[in-house]
Design a protein around this ligand. Structure first.
Ligand code: GLU
Length: 294
């Protein structure tokens, strides 16, 4: 069990009336790391006299399962969390994300990418250098250079494709001085170029995390995005998408990650203790909140 002291006294000051959210992806049962993130978001909303929302980021049908979504709601309720308004379930809103992609496409800011993972790896290996971004090796831009007629023909033939942001084109039309406000740190400059031509829709998934999360934070009126520090780099890309799509800028509070006994962050693959297992072992919600640092 990770040893934690209550973190409540370490909370940064939220903006008055802040709207926060907890947005898990239901790829498994929630564990203590999720409890920490959820309590962080709820505590900041409470401290701000604001609202706390719940969103299920189940856009990836290859990884998410409805039973984990149902379990997430039940486990959070058991933990004593109460969220405001209905739960937003991303998989029920695919046309919303499509519409946002269409707006970017109409301005020539996204392009279809037909490359397989293997083809990208071979191309990177052949080029002799492989710059990495927060999401992995940067895409070498192969499909960005396809002639429009070839693109159209391949799409018409039904060839599976992803949609990528044309980063250079996007940066050319975005404000040059993008930044974000991190509670407790102040304004931090953004460097979205580190992502290269980021994937905004995958072959088997109609929209990417980056697109859906920024879309929904805007739609749901989230004014303070809270999440683990592992996602802080993603904020650089999210600010760019917000600027391109005319969405408001929230403030950010990235929290530290709970570490397991091996010193690594708690994760499903390392069999982090699930809330379900702790509950079945007779732990009370108060004890589990305490384990999670609250
Ligand atoms: N769904 C993401 C996850 O479970 C979190 C998204 C976010 O808070 O921005 O890692």
């Amino acid at each position: 069990m990770p040893a934690t002291a209550s973190l409540r006294h370490l909370l940064p000051d939220p903006p008055p009336g802040a709207v926060t959210r907890f947005a898990p992806s239901p790829t498994g049962l929630l564990h203590l790391g999720h409890a920490h993130a959820a309590c962080f978001a709820a505590a900041l909303a409470e401290a701000a006299g604001g609202r706390f929302l719940l969103r299920l980021e189940d856009i990836d049908p290859t990884r998410c399962r409805p039973e984990f979504a149902a379990a997430a709601e039940a486990d959070l309720a058991w933990l004593g969390l109460r969220w405001d308004g209905p739960v937003r379930v991303q998989s029920r809103h695919l046309p919303d994300y499509r519409a946002a992609l269409d707006r970017l496409a109409a301005r020539g800011l996204v392009y279809p990418c037909f490359c397989t993972r293997g083809a990208i790896q071979r191309e990177i290996a052949a080029s002799g250098h492989a710059p990495h971004g927060p999401d992995g090796p940067l895409y070498p831009g192969t499909c960005r250079r396809l002639p429009p007629a070839e693109r159209a023909a391949r799409i018409a033939a039904g060839e599976p494709h992803a949609l990528r942001l044309d980063m250079a084109a996007a940066l050319a039309v975005a404000p040059p001085d993008l930044s974000f406000h991190e509670l407790g740190e102040g304004r931090l400059r953004c460097d979205p170029a580190q992502f290269g031509d980021a994937v905004l829709a995958r072959k088997e998934v109609p929209a990417s995390y980056h697109l859906c999360v920024t879309h929904d934070d805007a739609l749901q009126g989230v004014t303070l995005v809270t999440r683990g520090a592992d996602l802080k780099p993603a904020t650089h890309l999210h600010r760019l998408l917000q600027a391109l799509l005319g969405w408001p800028e929230p403030a950010y509070a990235h929290h530290g990650l709970l570490l397991g006994p091996n010193g690594r962050r708690l994760a499903k693959r390392d069999r982090a203790p699930t809330l379900r297992a702790l509950r079945e072992a007779g732990r009370s919600p108060a004890e589990v909140r305490d384990f999670a640092g609250w």
